[in-house]
Design a protein around this ligand. Structure first.
Ligand code: AMP
Length: 396
């Protein structure tokens, strides 16, 4: 994949339309987590310091093409301005006369945030007329919202086709890290896929077994594989109807030369409750009414050995019910070990998707991984091997 670089762009006095992800959690008009604002700061500062007029485009929530006052981006402008230490103008609309006035009032280096793109139906339908109206305000387009790149919307895909387009700094880092994990990784590569169900991760598993040297399967989804191999999983979460699917995935792994690591021992309990009585047992010792809630110590030992034999790790999903101790033990032990290998430069570890970020946070190692993606759906689609329209449109 080749992209234009902002380093070579002529930015002074130019109007840069910058797609950001400001879909922040908000309660009563107050932002409760400003991570997404912070991740856009380097690109905004970069453009501003080179004299561009920075016009920020974003969506918020799901207004479905209607102007919904409760879904205004207005409450974001103040906190963003505070983080930047610079004024941020707010345009009451993202197209039309109001947006035009806001953009026209910008001096070089100044910034404006325009109202929720999704107040217009043309955003999500990628309507060419809407794309042209947006493009009229810009000389160039920068996409810094990897988390929205799996959608072919006007602001994520359409604009890139009309204006000279560039990935922003956060987008660039995300793409570089994804490439280091799955595109052109240092081999051998180990994957860890955990979480609740096989059914939500079929495409992901099918793609990974073709690309990885080893794949460890954990969490509730491992139960489906164990049952497919003929083990009794008692009352555990298990998709018994997916036995054929699990066997097909095991067969493709074999054909592709990907070693599958399934649990060899498990931690069971009678209920999912903190501090409940637990038992560690082998696969053929799970009783009726037992719930498999975590991987056992021998499984963790093997996983750690697999990490030590790998140069790259890609991780999605917890190995057990990490929200309820002690069923966080395998996830925490594996996460800490990965973090230690990253610190000593022996492992490139990239993680993301769903509950993975909270699991790594729980283990206290989210900042010790090489890269943790907060992009959710876009990260998963990329792990599934799908083309992300917002990324493809940036390619030259
Ligand atoms: P996902 O969103 O598919 O990554 O699934 C994450 C969820 O899987 C977490 O809430 C975990 O509690 C749950 N999970 C992991 N292992 C198990 C298990 N053995 N049984 C039931 N749920 C599990």
């Amino acid at each position: 994949m080749t992209f234009r670089s902002l380093d070579t762009a002529d930015l002074a006095g130019k109007r840069a339309l910058v797609r950001v992800d400001f879909n922040v959690p908000m309660e009563g008009g107050v932002i409760t987590d400003d991570t997404r604002l912070r991740s856009a700061l380097p690109t905004i500062r970069y453009l501003s310091s080179r004299g561009a007029k920075v016009i920020l485009l974003a969506h918020f929530d799901r207004p479905k093409g209607q102007r919904v006052p409760a879904m205004s981006l207005g409450p974001v402008a103040g906190p963003l301005s505070a983080l930047l230490g610079e004024p941020v103008l707010f345009g009451e609309d993202c197209i039309g006369a109001d947006a035009y006035r806001t953009v026209a009032s910008l001096e070089n280096g100044q910034m404006a945030l325009l109202e929720n793109l999704r107040f217009h139906p043309g955003e999500e339908t990628n309507d060419p007329a809407f794309v042209s109206e947006l493009a009229a305000f810009g000389d160039l387009y920068v996409n810094d919202a990897f988390s929205a790149a799996h959608r072919a919307h006007a602001s994520t895909e359409g604009l890139a086709r009309l204006l000279p387009s560039y990935p922003g700094l956060a987008m660039r880092r995300e793409l570089d890290m994804l490439d280091a994990a799955l595109g052109n990784p240092q081999k051998p590569v180990l994957g860890i896929v955990g979480g609740a169900k096989v059914s939500t991760k079929l495409d992901l598993l099918n793609n990974l077994v073709r690309k990885l040297d080893r794949l460890a399967i954990g969490g509730g989804m491992a139960n489906t594989f164990l049952a497919a191999q003929g083990h009794d999983v008692g009352g555990s979460l298990c998709e018994h109807d997916l036995g054929d699917t699990a066997r097909a995935i095991m067969a493709s792994a074999k054909t592709a030369g990907c070693e599958l690591l399934l649990p060899v021992d498990v931690v069971v309990a009678r209920e999912v409750k903190p501090g409940t009585a637990t038992r560690t047992c082998g696969l053929d010792d799970v009783k009726a009414g037992d719930l498999i809630l975590d991987a056992g110590p021998e499984t963790v030992k093997r996983l750690i050995a697999a990490m030590d034999a790998s140069k790259t790790l890609i991780w999605n999903g917890p190995l057990g019910v990490f929200e309820v101790p002690p069923f966080d033990a395998a996830t925490v032990a594996a996460a800490k070990h990965a973090a230690g290998r990253v610190k000593t430069g022996q492992l490139v570890a990239v993680a993301g998707g769903g509950d993975t970020v909270s699991a790594l946070n729980h283990a206290g190692v989210v900042d010790d991984m090489t890269f943790v993606s907060t992009a959710g759906g876009a990260f998963l689609e990329w792990m599934e091997g799908k083309t992300l329209p917002g990324v493809a449109a940036l390619e030259v």
